[in-house]
Design a protein around this ligand. Sequence first.
Ligand SMILES: *[C@@H]1O[C@H](CO)[C@@H](O)[C@H](O)[C@H]1NC(C)=O
Ligand SMILES: *[C@@H]1O[C@H](CO)[C@@H](O)[C@H](O)[C@H]1NC(C)=O
Ligand SMILES: *[C@@H]1O[C@H](CO)[C@@H](O)[C@H](O)[C@H]1NC(C)=O
Ligand SMILES: *[C@@H]1O[C@H](CO)[C@@H](O)[C@H](O)[C@H]1NC(C)=O
Ligand SMILES: *[C@@H]1O[C@H](CO)[C@@H](O)[C@H](O)[C@H]1NC(C)=O
Ligand SMILES: *[C@@H]1O[C@H](CO)[C@@H](O)[C@H](O)[C@H]1NC(C)=O
Ligand SMILES: *[C@@H]1O[C@H](CO)[C@@H](O)[C@H](O)[C@H]1NC(C)=O
Ligand SMILES: *[C@@H]1O[C@H](CO)[C@@H](O)[C@H](O)[C@H]1NC(C)=O
Length: 322
Amino acid sequence: MVLNSRSSILLLIATNLLALLPTTIIASPATSKWIDNDSINAGEILGSASSSSIFPSLKKRANGYTNPEENGGYMLTIVNGTYPAGLGEPLNVILSADSDKEVLVKSLDKGGFLNYMLVAGLGEECLGQHLGSDQSANLGDGKGNVTEVEELRYNYGNPYIGTCQETFNGGLHLRYWIQNTTNAYFLAVSVEMDLNSGHDIVPNGYNIGRDQLIGNLTGQSIDTSKLTNTSTFSGSGSYMNYTYQTDVKYVPGLLKNSSDDINHYITVEENGQPAIDGLVAVLTVKITDQPKSSSGAWSTIAQIPLITIFTPFLLASLTTLF
Ligand SMILES: *[C@@H]1O[C@H](CO)[C@@H](O)[C@H](O)[C@H]1NC(C)=O
Ligand SMILES: *[C@@H]1O[C@H](CO)[C@@H](O)[C@H](O)[C@H]1NC(C)=O
Ligand SMILES: *[C@@H]1O[C@H](CO)[C@@H](O)[C@H](O)[C@H]1NC(C)=O
Ligand SMILES: *[C@@H]1O[C@H](CO)[C@@H](O)[C@H](O)[C@H]1NC(C)=O
Ligand SMILES: *[C@@H]1O[C@H](CO)[C@@H](O)[C@H](O)[C@H]1NC(C)=O
Ligand SMILES: *[C@@H]1O[C@H](CO)[C@@H](O)[C@H](O)[C@H]1NC(C)=O
Ligand SMILES: *[C@@H]1O[C@H](CO)[C@@H](O)[C@H](O)[C@H]1NC(C)=O
Ligand SMILES: *[C@@H]1O[C@H](CO)[C@@H](O)[C@H](O)[C@H]1NC(C)=O
């Protein structure tokens, strides 16, 4: 296009300004009466903070997860080379798929699962080096025996290299898997000994690991010895300005209150108690606050309608420039 006159430049500017208008109508704030299926889609693309509370998630189930044993799976992990053969570690924490869908994404961004775990100081492994041995799990989701997604380790307050310290000194760590049919996360959590001790599990280390994780996520200390099959806890924690409200139910019946088939059971049993208490902590997590910048798309767009008011003035002042 050859812009050879003042009026054609003004025409171009005006056309571009007007082209913005349909966008502002479709994407105006969710309280608007204009909401329809298209604006719902627009809201999801923009990652609206409120999308999960306004729009029902696609697959809601009673518990937000399925017991793997209902479909040929196990609540214990599958560990190679145990003695005797066939021992496993308990999947003692479940992140329910009834949680906000942002938390169910394996990501550090947008408040995803990896950001949530950092609330409890659990991060990806030391400098990207995977030093533990792999385990598998069968979550009864038609995928069979699947290797863990990854291992997360306690970072001792240092999100950059703290997980290296855990690798050598031991401490809180977990492996996790994602149930394909529900999107629930199944975590095998424990407190392990140092590398020299072959990363054995400390006394009562499965129960204590679970409860340190829950304690860190809900901001309180959990007394493992006082837990019952009706225990519940709630609390919140933040990381990178995302605040997560975590509701926890200790659910009986998924695991046995026993040492049967439990890896490292000899070091784990304490005071005549079985290696695990049989309770699984089921978490339902909601994002209750998030950084202002992540809702930037909304605030920018919210200001755009002003252009419609100011367009005549804008054009008028432009003409005076030429
Ligand atoms: C929105 O979508 C639902 C299901 O896809 C459909 O039943 C409904 O008629 C649509 N509403 C409008 C206003 O298009
Ligand atoms: C366990 O051993 C089997 C057979 O040796 C092998 O196929 C599998 O990959 C191993 N699993 C892990 C998690 O290392
Ligand atoms: C999956 O793991 C279970 C439990 O260790 C084992 O019995 C089964 O053979 C494994 N399945 C395959 C296909 O490797
Ligand atoms: C389920 O498995 C399919 C195929 O491997 C994969 O594309 C999909 O992302 C998985 N879904 C979940 C929720 O893990
Ligand atoms: C948080 O986790 C760390 C590391 O395992 C542990 O030392 C601490 O006691 C935990 N905090 C709570 C409140 O459970
Ligand atoms: C919970 O524990 C009590 C005893 O403390 C027992 O009577 C009850 O059957 C248990 N409930 C379940 C669902 O396991
Ligand atoms: C978190 O919020 C505070 C105060 O609003 C701000 O100073 C800080 O830069 C934010 N941090 C991140 C990582 O967004
Ligand atoms: C597990 O069983 C032991 C006895 O073997 C009992 O003392 C303990 O209270 C049980 N724990 C739970 C949570 O049911």
